[in-house]
Design a protein around this ligand. Structure first.
Ligand code: SF4
Length: 183
């Protein structure tokens, strides 16, 4: 039998090197994904596959369209508008391994160029799984955890099920104790 040219891990690496982050949409006056009016970047790719997910179309990391220079320009133009409070990274999962580098690059650029804008991030990962990533400190708020249909609670702000937490990142990192965002 012929030996494969590359190991599976090498294919993953090559795929990452050659493929940009994909996204589905940029919404520009969103009131449902964080405080104030927000720009939301809906990225492609999620490995969590929560039962009852409202956006299963976003699970495929190759779905949507490439997040290219024109998309970045559109994002920053929308974000600069004075009535916009900030950006929310959602999806899909912005912390899907293929998305992290690009999402963190954008978050850093927003911190530097638009320091008065807040940065929110939704992820299916638990805080405990991501808290040691240095770039998490770019975020103001992280809404974390998988959606659990049995724990659906329409009364909670910003997340869908009661296991999910909306975390105020700065005091949480400073104290080492989870501080929930005051909604
Ligand atoms: S983490 Fe979010 S996008 Fe991913 S499957 Fe769960 S609810 Fe859907």
């Amino acid at each position: 039998m012929l030996k494969p040219l590359f190991e599976a891990g090498t294919f993953l690496l090559l795929e990452k090197v050659f493929r940009e982050m994909n996204y589905h949409n940029i919404t520009k006056d969103d009131m449902l994904n964080g405080d104030g009016l927000r720009v939301v970047l809906w990225v492609a790719g999620c490995t969590h596959h929560c039962h009852g997910c409202q956006n299963p179309i976003t699970w495929d990391v190759a779905g949507g369209i490439p997040f290219d220079e024109a998309a970045e320009e559109e994002l920053f133009e929308a974000l600069k508008r004075p009535h916009i409070s900030g950006i929310t990274f959602s999806g899909g999962d912005p912390l899907h391994p293929f998305n992290r580098e690009e999402v963190f690059r954008l978050a850093k650029k927003i911190r530097e160029e638009l320091p008065n804008k807040t940065i929110w991030l939704y992820t299916g990962f638990l805080w405990e799984e991501i808290k040691d990533i240095p770039e998490i400190a770019y975020m103001d708020v992280v809404a974390e955890g998988k959606f659990v249909e049995e724990l659906l609670d329409n009364k909670i702000h910003w997340v869908g099920s009661s296991n999910q937490r909306v975390i105020d990142v700065k005091p949480t990192l400073e104290t080492g104790e989870i501080v929930l965002h005051n909604t």
